[in-house]
Design a protein around this ligand. Structure first.
Ligand code: FE2
Length: 375
């Protein structure tokens, strides 16, 4: 069970996991200062800021679920993962960097990564709508959503505002020897293609939401590695190249077991991730809260995150309820005999989705213990 102190920490936004001002000064401020001349009071304009062109659908490799041996009943697209494609222009990326790396954003929203192996990584979640209008608009603009959807092979909708442009910042390790050691380990482990000891930003996992789009905000010229490794249905490991600055990839992360390999040689590595569901609410919606709920992720603020989770789930339920009602009305007007079994199946699915909504918010003793151990 959680102690009263732990519950209070979680409910007040895991404030004890904020990034210390000294860490901001040392790691982020120097980068932020190079962006002082970037005007962040610019409105997002797809004509100027969106770099995506429809020919990406022909020129950029997209690997199907079938090629990955991962076809399943509840996938929402035949596409599993895309190679990097241009999403935003350089100007847009600079504005996003300038907006996000401000001290007020960090001090309020940045938290230590729950699974940081170095203690130097942080995550900034939920900040976009309240503090970064350009970044928020860039991701939620219909033309951007259409571009990401086109690459994903399915019409998508951002899951909720809290999941817009989540930032992961890998801070530079002061100890260069550490990086070299990791690099050597990485080379040897990747060479033998074993899957258990690959140094990773995040170890083997499935994402919490159906689709993600990952955008790179840092210069990757000097970076070695940092690709996403995907485990295929047959257990083989397939690397998917990480995006360069301004480029993005899409991944059906809920259904594909993957790992973000730890890159080396970077001085800063800032990525943003936006999560999606199928826009058609009647398509499979298999989201879970395992890696994102406030009890398991210091960056999810209890009072902001959960209301949004409930709100999007209720939207899906209401869409589905309307669709069920319309379906049986349609069948009646087509002169069909009422199919009670079909009705039971639809209604039970709806009930299961509703039940899943609160079940996912439950926290096990093990999860509290894991949170407590990172105190
Ligand atoms: Fe992931």
């Amino acid at each position: 069970m959680a102690t009263a102190e732990l519950l209070q920490q979680i409910q007040t936004g895991n404030l004890h996991k904020r990034i210390l001002p000294q860490a901001y000064e040392a790691q982020i401020k120097p980068i932020s200062e190079t962006l002082n001349n970037v005007d962040i009071n610019v409105e997002f304009d797809p004509k100027k800021h969106l770099a995506f062109t429809p020919d990406c659908l022909q020129t950029v490799k997209r690997t199907t679920m079938e090629e990955l041996g991962a076809v399943c009943d509840d996938q929402i697209s035949d596409i599993g993962v895309s190679a990097p494609f241009p999403l935003f222009t350089e100007e847009a990326v600079e504005i996003m960097r300038a907006e996000i790396l401000r001290e007020e954003v960090f001090s309020q929203w940045a938290r230590v990564s729950f699974n940081s192996t170095t203690g130097l990584d942080c995550t900034i979640r939920g900040y976009a709508k309240p503090t970064c209008p350009f970044t928020y608009r860039a991701w939620t603009h219909p033309e951007t959503v259409a571009a990401v959807s086109a690459m994903a092979g399915v019409e998508l909708e951002v899951i909720m505002d809290y999941e817009v442009a989540n930032v992961n910042v890998a801070m530079r390790s002061e100890d260069e020897a550490f990086n070299q050691k990791v690099s050597a380990r990485r080379r040897s482990s990747l060479a033998d293609k074993t899957d258990s000891d690959i140094p990773a930003v995040v170890g083997w996992h499935n994402d919490s939401y159906p689709f993600v789009c990952v955008l790179m905000l840092s210069d990757t010229t000097e970076m070695i590695g940092g690709e996403t490794l995907i485990k295929t249905g047959s257990g083989e490991i397939v690397p998917a190249a990480g995006p360069a600055k301004g480029k993005a990839t899409v991944l059906q992360g809920r259904k594909l077991t993957h790992l973000a390999a730890l890159p080396v040689g970077y001085t800063e590595r800032i990525t943003t991730v936006t999560s999606y569901r199928a826009k058609d609410s009647t398509k499979p919606e298999t989201s879970v809260l395992k890696t994102v709920k406030p009890e398991n992720n210091f960056g999810s603020m209890y009072n902001e995150f959960y209301p949004e989770w409930i709100s999007y789930r209720m939207k899906v339920i209401s869409d589905r309820a309307i669709a069920i009602g319309e379906e049986f009305e349609r069948r009646r007007s087509n002169g069909e005999t009422f199919d009670k079994d079909a009705a039971f199946e639809k209604l039970k699915d709806l009930q299961a989705y509703l039940q899943h909504t609160w079940k996912e918010m439950e926290v096990t003793d093990e999860e509290y213990a894991a949170h407590y151990s990172k105190k």
